[in-house]
Design a protein around this ligand. Sequence first.
Ligand SMILES: [Cu+2]
Length: 615
Amino acid sequence: MRLPLLFGTTLLSAVGLGHASAQSPQFVPAYPLYCQGPLTTGSPSGRETTTPFIWAPSGAGAAAPGPGQCAWADRAARGIEIQSAGGNVICDFSGAMHSVPAGTFVEVGVARDPQVNNCMHLARYDGTVKPPFSAIPALPPFVRQSIASLTPTQIASLRHGIQVMMSRPATDPTSFRFQANIHGTYDAMTTPQEMQSWNNCEHGSYYFASWHRMFLYFFDRILRAASGDPNLVLPYWNWTDPAQRTLPLAFRQPADASNPLYIAPPGRPAALDAGTASLGAGTVDYSAAFASTAFDSPGGSGASFGGQIATPMQFNGPHGDLESQPHDVVHVALGGLMSDPDTAAQDPIFWLHHANIDRMWNRWLAQGGGRSDATDTAWLNTRFTFYDEAGHAVYLTGAEVEHTVGQLNYRYDDDPLTLHRVPFPIATRDFIEARPVAAATEAPAAEAAPALAESAASAQARPIELAGTTTRVQVPLTEEASSRMRALVANNAPRQVFLRLDAIQYDKSNGVYYEVYVNPPAGEKLDVHAPGYVGNLSLFGLKPHAMEGHAQPAAKDIYVEYDISHLVNQAMAVNSKELTVVLVPRGLFDAQGEPLPVPEKAQGTVGRVVIMSRR
Ligand SMILES: [Cu+2]
């Protein structure tokens, strides 16, 4: 049975419940329902009652559950109920649900798959619980571990869960393919549910981090249920650790169909599967994102950790700091399925890459210094729909996913138990210290001012080709432009001068991204440690042109911007009359950290290079 996307009373009638009275509160299943407790066997079903619970006490403890908490009440079996052995879990979600009157408890998790230690199916009981009953805490949060620390048994469980999901038909929302297609797909959509649910990923706005957190959250639940292992938790791939920049072994070997984590070329580059190619230190660098203190920035500016304020949109630009670097760059560098948002989630490594991105959101917040999530009502309240392990449509909002432990019941293995201003273990510390860290009081970037300078903008100028060879673009500086730039950065303030790669066009990424430099000193080896290194350009989820069935902004220029304020003086010292912007193609790296060859073929163009300030 497939249910409508939004289910409240709709669900109740859809499953034929008998007691729904007009007065009963609307059950809004927006809150993640992870009440946990002793489990007994029962088949999933849905029933409700408005009869007050009056249960006998059992054991020690007599506290009623607080908002968001669960407790276990022991009682005799009642005929119409599912758990014939008696005993039940009650949760008070009144503090987290939109229209449940205070003092009303909502019991969930009555019908659960006994294999799975959580609420499989949303049956509900509304009523007043009369204590005392024995209160037991909800089980501790699920811990997302680094893939490097999983035991062989855990790997086997992960493989089994993925394999079970892969064995389900694409029409099943709990199948691996359906889940991947929620992100993006070229598959033909055959049902209204598919049309509604596929191609829904959020790129290029401040919804990027929250949408992907929700996406992973439900995937994790589906995976756990599919595996039959109540302890299976989605791991993460910690490529911030220099020792973990090759594709995790479990995803490479055995290199055959017995391993559902393995993807053969061309789904992945052969060298990645062979373990001879890895991500570069500059590919995974997240220092610019961590230096940002603002979560969001005004529409048109990606100069913030989380991205521009914009309406939900599958592909948009510019991208925020976390999204563009390291997220996009890692996607592109991995090549194959991962380099295209419409195929990326078909590679099982997608989910571990994104778990690491999700982990970095927590760590960014933990740095303090004024960092906090978005606070506007659109970000907090916009609902995004997914599917739970029972195949039911469920939705979450930004406000409901800000705290992974308190709201979603998971944490990362290296999260401090309380996430308070603990610095992220820094793999690339030299980058972080080299960059000015924005002041806590920094205002969001304002409207763009007219360009200070730009590359040849005449009608005859050819677009700059993004191919497999190094490209140099000259940007002449008038005397006025150079003195304005110097003045703008006189106080060492960040976010004063930006380099914009404008009017970008592409169809699809091909595993090549670009290191961007401005006036690198002659004779300097071009790598991310070189003076003049600006950042990376990757073509992922910006706006591939001419793609049907994807939510995209109306035709407008796609651009990427870099804060080059900290590089202005050095660039002027090299040449104050002209900025040379150098684009160096990169992909994967060898074991010595040397770049491996990249394909020659052009994948897109940049219309012009602009140097600008903000008003
Ligand atoms: Cu991604």
